[in-house]
Design a protein around this ligand. Structure first.
Ligand SMILES: NC(=O)c1ccc[n+]([C@@H]2O[C@H](COP(=O)([O-])OP(=O)(O)OC[C@H]3O[C@@H](n4cnc5c(N)ncnc54)[C@H](OP(=O)(O)O)[C@@H]3O)[C@@H](O)[C@H]2O)c1
Length: 251
């Protein structure tokens, strides 16, 4: 039986492309709010080896705990099987100067970008004690922000730091931060990244043997992947010390 991958924000866009590729190794559950856009995007029905899960993050904002996680464990066919890989992909762009943000804008971005993934992961660890795999999708904005995306940049940087920190926690197996540049699904991709190509890079890098933590920057024009030196492997003789301290080899 294949291990379970849960891709939150996996019903369209980059998350859907990741979901399709993970089918080779996992039983994939793609979570989102819209079944129609899921079937359109996937070109497959619910009965195939990728399952749609209704998951509304805005609804969970009003709850004390992420109800969708509990419901998910109830829904999966083999209830004894843990989640092997969680991919956290949802996000939305919010082009506003800080002076233009109202309190709903602030709450919504912080919730979907940072509070929610933390609460989901806490719940998963409570349920199954370990999480063998976690991929956090962030953005180049996490280190290269613009004036009109202060909160977007903040949540992406925050989620990346959270993922880096938990990679030192023995409850976590392999952890990866994937930070893509701008993608355009249907338009000219000569300057912008093709989400299919981005998904291929993410899945391929995640599958690298003995991976413990990886931070991949996925840049555009030209399209390229840069693996950050903070990346580390479980078989390293001299693993990276906590708090990101690392001896770099001499040039
Ligand atoms: N697009 C870019 O140029 C770009 C660049 C850098 C980084 N990123 C990041 O990459 C990730 C994917 O981007 P994308 O453009 O591929 O996204 P997308 O096409 O907008 O898809 C987002 C996914 O998240 C789900 N989602 C969004 N809001 C949700 C909510 N409130 N509750 C439940 N599900 C929700 C969507 O499902 P529904 O069908 O329910 O909406 C969909 O499955 C995001 O984190 C984004 O910030 C994107």
């Amino acid at each position: 039986m294949k291990p379970i991958a849960l891709v939150i924000g996996g019903t369209r866009g980059l998350g859907a492309e990741i979901s399709k590729l993970l089918r080779a190794t996992h039983k994939v559950y793609a979570a989102g709010r819209n079944y129609q856009s899921f079937t359109q995007f996937m070109g497959i029905s619910r009965e195939h080896d990728i399952s749609y899960v209704y998951w509304d993050i805005d609804f969970d904002q009003k709850q004390n705990a992420p109800l969708h996680v509990s419901a998910f464990y109830g829904d999966i066919k083999d209830r004894d099987q843990p989640i092997d890989l969680l991919v956290y992909c949802p996000g939305f762009y919010q082009p506003s100067l800080v002076s233009e943000l109202n309190s709903d804008d602030i709450d919504r971005m912080l919730h979907i970008g940072l509070t929610y993934p933390v609460r989901v992961i806490k719940k998963i660890i409570e349920k199954q004690n370990v999480l063998p795999g976690f991929i956090a999708v962030t953005s180049t904005s996490q280190w290269s922000p613009h004036a009109n995306e202060p909160l977007y940049a903040a949540v992406k940087a925050g989620l990346a730091a959270f993922a880096h920190a938990v990679s030192f926690d023995p409850a976590f197996g392999r952890v990866m931060v994937a930070a893509p540049a701008r993608m355009k699904p249907d338009q000219d991709t000569s300057k912008y990244l093709d989400p299919k190509w981005v998904a291929q890079q993410i899945v391929q890098e995640y599958q690298q043997e003995n991976l413990k933590y990886k931070f991949m920057k996925i840049l555009r024009d030209p399209a390229q992947v840069i693996i950050d030196p903070s990346t580390r492997y479980s078989d390293e003789k001299d693993p990276v010390k906590p708090f990101g301290f690392r001896f770099l080899p001499k040039e």
